[in-house]
Write a protein that binds this ligand. Sequence first.
Ligand SMILES: [Fe+2]
Length: 413
Amino acid sequence: MQQATIISPIKNRHWPEEGWTRVPYWVYSDPEIYQRELDTFFYGPSWNYVALDCEVPEQGCYKRSWIGERQVIVVRGENDQIFVWENRCAHRGARVCWKNKGKEESFTCPYHQWNFALDGSLQGVPLKRGVLRKGGMPSDFDNADHGLKRLRVHVEGGSIWASFHDDPPPFETFCGAEVLTALRRQFSGKGLRLLGYNRQRIPSNWKLYFENLKDPYHATLLHSFLITFGLWRADTQSESIPTDSGHSIMVSRNVGKKKTEAASEIKRFKEELELFDKDTVTPRNEFDDGKVVAVTHFPSVVIHQQANTFGMRHVIPKGPDSFELAWTFFGYEDDDEEMTRLRVRHANLYGPAGFVAMEDGEVLSESQLGTHHYAHRSAVVEMGGRGVEPQDHMVTEVLIRAFYKHYRELMGL
Ligand SMILES: [Fe+2]
């Protein structure tokens, strides 16, 4: 990510001298830090996930989305072009669109009824010429100067990304080679099919969610469902791949339920845990590489492929101590009926009440509560050593260390 401006130090905030093996707890609660994160990451020269193109299938279809705390509208305009604009009237700043999804021919602000085309350009201003030759806009008022502020847009294999920055780096550069490869494995250009949504509010700092998905170590211990039924285990062939741009990739393999020496050491491997119907934990092999992949695409989304479920986990900060997590589940247009059924069935592992993800929401709120008013203390992230190099196992916190190396550089900390 490019550095936009020279950054001034934040008062009384000094990173522990151990460096990236420590995370000071003030990063989860300080309002000044939080505002700088929004400006630096979400509103800076970054690419943020906003929607899937299958959510806006026809001209006029739109979806309300978020980048950081800012609302934007994703809409399909003429000639299949995707537009993303600020959901903020060019006149007095009222939200132009109040619904999460729909289809419109144009958008009219509820306040003074300024009317905007699908591409955000201003089409009509009521009483522009006044009434009875009184009032109205100055004669040189030009609609062309007062459209909704458009964002830069990139569509990658059916996933839609946007940037507030006028000159962001190319999407490919922002991702980096490894993340781009992982992304294109799932978003290969095949048509996508929307399967459903979940939304939840988690009372913790938004970064803790990224850290959760940069922490394969916890998944081998916390999640009985993953460990016991072999969906994610420490004794499988796996990889933890950091990048120098805040993103990361975790790779594992589905091995099914089996007891090994390693598994028996793990308390939450529960041999007695059984399912009468194993459908939820029995994926059909889909990718030739046999891998299960989770990509944290900083700062806006975690992309998962687990069992046969695909999910975009959109991270929407709501202040330093809370965020919304918006899950979009999807498959491919050419999936057969059985595959679609499996994708929906396996989605039971995720979302607010998912057999696996439920536990993450709970522990993240615990971290937030535990660090509350302990801003002067720090987390220790030394699992798997103190370096930031890729590792061929998951008993490691390397992805968190690499993330905070990048974070400190951009935040000037
Ligand atoms: Fe987890």
